[in-house]
Design a protein around this ligand. Structure first.
Ligand SMILES: NC(=O)c1ccc[n+]([C@@H]2O[C@H](COP(=O)([O-])OP(=O)(O)OC[C@H]3O[C@@H](n4cnc5c(N)ncnc54)[C@H](OP(=O)(O)O)[C@@H]3O)[C@@H](O)[C@H]2O)c1
Length: 330
């Protein structure tokens, strides 16, 4: 028997309930994992509230993208992973099909990678969503270089911290945006070259000052809402704005004349564009492993909760006081 987390209706953290289930042996294209740690993501709280990019098609629904553990069963056709391997899961599947919040879970083989050397289970549970999402936009698509300034709103989110590290790793100027000054010191300690508190400073002026009046070529935004307009004013000619989240609950407006005048590209972005394709996923995994080995990329864990406290862990995630990843251990 395995305890898994599910929810029978969309709602707040309290809808998450434990259930004992028999998890079958791995079927074709699957592995079964005895889980040690689970990385939490905003995506899972949005999914739980039915405010995510896809809807739960049936209830009770499962959830969870990132698990770390030991394989105890493999499908007959699986040749790359064996029983006893230490593995991690990469978000590259729908939570309508698989959910990683459980003591024992099934995972599709295309989402399973070997555990990186030298990382604890907690650290490994934190890395894939954050680094691959930022890598896909900044390295694969924007091809940032040391000449670029990269503006990173929601910088204290796990993906924002990954973007800071990735921008720094190529020598670009990382400009972290956070709403208040409360997280300024921690963001600077996490590597941000510049930190601007958007609710307390004239951030447009600051970005122009940092970029010598040119504006930033790349913006990596998980917020949208009313600040999007101002972000576009902070961009250079032919700038690229990646929109990968919708943290703001307010309407998003566009400064049409700025868009036209500067020939700005706004691109929706998600992790699947990278993790959902085997060649792109491999390139991303190699980039992350190499960065971890060189020390240019580092996991940043905010807090660890025991599995029993999954509801508290979701409440904590939604209070947005964190800097980095929230992980649950089993
Ligand atoms: N498209 C994809 O594939 C993909 C993948 C991963 C994540 N995401 C998205 O990226 C975002 C961050 O995810 P995460 O899991 O890294 O989240 P997280 O760690 O929970 O990030 C929370 C941070 O976002 C900032 N924030 C929260 N609400 C905000 C608001 N209304 N306005 C401005 N900033 C706000 C806060 O930073 P401050 O307090 O410093 O302002 C907060 O610390 C989410 O929207 C998530 O859906 C998308």
């Amino acid at each position: 028997m395995s305890r898994v987390v599910e929810f029978a209706e969309a709602g707040g953290p309290e809808v998450l309930k434990f259930k004992n289930v028999n998890v079958p042996e791995a079927g074709p294209g699957q592995v079964r994992i005895r889980v040690k740690a689970i990385g939490l993501n905003r995506a899972e709280s949005m999914w739980r509230e039915n405010k995510y990019i896809e809807e739960p098609v049936k209830f009770p629904a499962r959830l969870g993208y990132e698990a770390v553990g030991t394989v105890d069963s493999v499908g007959k056709d699986v040749t790359t992973i064996a029983v006893g391997d230490e593995v991690n899961t990469i978000p590259s599947f729908s939570m309508n099909q698989y959910g990683m919040y459980g003591e024992v879970v099934l995972a599709p083989i295309h989402a399973v990678v070997k555990h990186p050397k030298g990382l604890s289970p907690v650290e490994a549970a934190s890395i894939w969503m954050m680094f691959i999402t930022a890598y896909g936009a900044l390295i694969e698509d924007a091809k940032i270089t040391a000449q670029d300034a990269v503006v990173i709103p929601g910088a204290s989110s796990s993906v924002g911290l990954a973007a800071i590290q990735i921008a720094n790793s190529v020598g670009a100027k990382s400009i972290a945006l956070t709403r208040t000054r409360a997280k300024r010191k921690q963001l600077a300690a996490a590597g941000a070259k510049y930190v601007i508190a958007t609710e307390e400073e004239d951030w447009l002026k600051e970005i122009h000052k940092i970029t010598g009046g040119q504006g930033a070529r790349v913006v990596f935004d998980p917020v949208a809402g009313p600040t999007l307009s101002k972000l576009i004013k902070a961009m250079s000619f032919q700038g690229l704005l990646y929109l990968y989240g919708a943290l703001s609950d307010q309407a998003t407006t566009l400064p049409v004349l700025d868009l036209i005048g500067k020939i700005i590209t706004i691109k929706g972005h998600n992790i699947w564009v990278t993790s959902g394709d085997p060649a792109h996923q491999k390139a991303a995994v190699d980039f992350v492993i190499s960065g971890l080995e060189k020390g240019t990329l580092k996991p940043i864990i905010d807090r660890v909760f025991p599995f029993d406290k999954i509801v508290d862990a979701h409440r904590y995630l939604e209070a947005s006081g964190q800097i980095g990843k929230i992980v649950v251990t089993i």
